[in-house]
Design a binder for this molecule. Structure first.
Ligand SMILES: [Zn+2]
Length: 53
């Protein structure tokens, strides 16, 4: 018997389990910070803009 993983479940796994959510806004984490937490691209950009000051 073949085991079929539904696409939505696989997609959910890849986005939610493999990539932890952004610690700031709960979107998919894209960038790992030095302390092991993840932030999304949007928050990374915001942080980058703040860091420029
Ligand atoms: Zn975010």
């Amino acid at each position: 018997m073949k085991k079929i993983i539904p696409f939505w479940l696989r997609n959910w796994y890849l986005t939610k389990i493999k990539r932890p959510p952004c610690i700031m806004c709960d979107r998919i984490g894209e960038l790992e910070l030095e302390d092991g937490t993840y932030i999304c691209g949007i928050c990374a950009q915001i942080q980058g803009e703040l860091a420029d000051d």
